[in-house]
Design a protein around this ligand. Structure first.
Ligand code: NAP
Length: 286
């Protein structure tokens, strides 16, 4: 990629890693919104002076937590979305994660793209997520994953990455899906297919269950069938796929494990963001 000027406007640790990776690639990088940290990276004091000629402006993931200010936990002051809107010009590309529909409506004249919505980002993120899930399982289980009965609920991006790793470790891998297409692929790839409707017939034999379904799947009925020693690891975004209240009442060991890429592999997580941003630049932004 030809050298460009990147202006990082807020964000958390991931944007610091991202800045380091961009600099390693020979890019020009300036950060704003990290004054609380003693960083060995070039920081701007004035976004309007330093950011207006940047080729790419990058905010955090999520871009904002309150839709008024940027997500910038290391900034010494609140940075308002209005400031960002004022800074952006139609010669720049703006990207961040989970931008929100309202923001797109406010500036139809500029190239904005949400890197988190891109398929390559989510597919790549499935790998550190699956590795993190296996790490948690290994820490929590009293037996090896090798020869353990493992079940993956959902055969989307994370379900696919995780099943493959579990099979490689030597686990008995049961994979739940609700579509016959997916179940055929589950079988083709060497896992034991379980239709959603048949879940209750298998769930009681599992040593560990990984949920990737973003909807309550492990309800009271299924939780009653899960054995007490089974570890339930919920990977789906909040509220996840477990009836948490029932799991507690029934004394089931349920763990919510979200944001794993940034936690277990921060450099990989930042590399995935960087690669996705390079793809956005190559395509010229939307
Ligand atoms: P995905 O590719 O969309 O896969 C989701 C799977 O859930 C699909 O198999 C889908 O089946 C199934 N599903 C959805 N709704 C269902 C329902 N009501 N009943 C039964 N099955 C249902 O998503 P993904 O990329 O694997 O991500 C899964 C979840 O993990 C998301 O919530 C995502 O935000 C989250 N996530 C977590 C982490 C982490 O660190 N823990 C990291 C990244 C993402 P169909 O194909 O039949 O719809």
């Amino acid at each position: 990629m030809e050298r460009k000027k990147f202006f990082i406007f807020g964000g958390d640790e991931r944007n610091i890693e991202l800045a380091r990776l961009l600099i390693k690639d020979g890019q020009e990088v300036l950060l704003f919104g990290f004054e609380k940290l003693d960083l060995d990276l070039p920081q701007s004091k004035d976004p309007f002076k330093d950011g207006s000629d940047a080729d790419i402006i990058i905010s955090g993931l999520p871009m904002s937590k309150d839709q008024k200010t940027l997500n910038a936990p290391f900034s010494s002051r609140e940075i308002f979305i209005e400031e960002l809107l004022e800074l952006l010009s139609n010669e720049q590309i703006f990207t961040a994660g989970k931008i929100g529909k309202e923001f797109f409506k406010k500036r139809k004249d500029i190239k904005i793209e949400d890197y988190f919505m891109r398929e390559e980002m989510q597919v790549s993120n499935a790998i550190p997520t699956a590795e993190g899930a296996i790490q948690i399982a290994m820490e929590e289980m009293q037996i090896t994953l090798h020869k353990a009965n493992t079940m993956v609920l959902g055969y989307g991006r994370i379900g696919k990455a995780l099943s493959k790793m579990l099979l490689g470790i030597g686990a008995n891998v049961y994979v739940e899906a609700r579509s016959y297409d997916d179940l055929a692929w589950v079988q083709n790839n060497g896992y034991i297919p379980v239709h959603l409707r048949e879940l209750s017939n298998h769930i009681g034999r599992m040593d560990v269950i990984f949920n990737t379904i973003p909807s309550t799947i492990l309800d009271e009925n299924l939780l009653n069938k899960v054995c007490k020693d089974c570890i339930l690891i919920d990977l789906a975004s909040k509220p996840g796929g477990i009836d948490w209240k029932k799991a507690e009442e029934l004394d089931r060991k349920a763990i919510s494990a979200i944001g794993l890429p940034g936690k277990v592999a921060p450099i990989t997580a930042a590399t995935i963001i960087k690669d996705t941003i390079y793809n956005i630049i190559t395509e010229g932004g939307r």
